[in-house]
Design a protein around this ligand. Structure first.
Ligand SMILES: CC(C)(COP(=O)(O)OP(=O)(O)OC[C@H]1O[C@@H](n2cnc3c(N)ncnc32)[C@H](O)[C@@H]1OP(=O)(O)O)[C@@H](O)C(=O)NCCC(=O)NCCS
Length: 155
């Protein structure tokens, strides 16, 4: 962890704080990522496969809630050095914090980190074809759709 999340009431924290985590185990990012996965599954926008692993890195957004900062949003990802590619696995913002630009900020930090620190060539991710909100948000961020996953169920 590269920030002082252990002390969420730290007086220096701004109303919105984005932190880079080297792993999600034992951090609030784990629970948020699982909530995001469950949210999509419950809306019929998942494939029944958990996409949360302890080795993933994450950006964690903490937002002001009254007098304290609480974990409000997450973006989990991994970097493939051979492909120079960041793959985003899960993005989630708590319902009560949506529409405040938290996801845009997580995305901006991801782009900055991928370009400057990792020297990555691309950032990729996947979303369900019926996740029209996510597809619209990604398009507004300048991301484009380039493949369709084909599936044939055997069980
Ligand atoms: C998708 C999600 C992460 C967006 O988080 P958010 O913090 O509310 O997003 P922001 O406030 O940063 O909005 C980002 C942009 O998308 C737009 N937007 C937000 N919600 C939208 C929606 N439901 N439909 C279309 N556009 C939307 C905003 O207007 C904003 O546009 P702008 O940059 O032109 O101002 C959040 O709604 C969420 O957690 N959804 C459930 C989980 C999910 O579907 N995750 C993606 C799985 S791949």
């Amino acid at each position: 962890m590269t920030s002082d999340f252990d002390n969420p009431r730290h007086s220096d924290m701004k109303p919105l704080d984005i932190q880079l985590l080297d792993g999600i185990n034992n951090t609030p990012a784990l629970g948020l990522a699982i909530r995001g996965w469950a949210d999509c599954e419950e809306r019929g926008l998942g494939d029944g496969t958990l996409n949360v692993h302890a080795t993933m890195k994450a950006f964690l957004a903490c937002a002001q809630n009254g007098r304290e900062m609480i974990p409000a949003g997450v973006m989990t990802w991994e970097y493939d050095a051979a492909l120079k590619r960041v793959w985003i696995y899960q993005s989630y913002v708590l319902p009560e914090f949506r529409g405040r630009g938290i996801y845009n900020l997580l995305w901006a930090r991801m782009v900055e980190h991928a370009a400057i620190d990792l020297k990555a060539h691309s950032i990729q991710s996947a979303t369900h074809i019926r996740n029209s909100a996510m597809r619209a948000i990604a398009a507004r961020q300048g991301r484009f759709e380039e493949c369709v996953v084909l599936r044939f169920n055997l069980a």
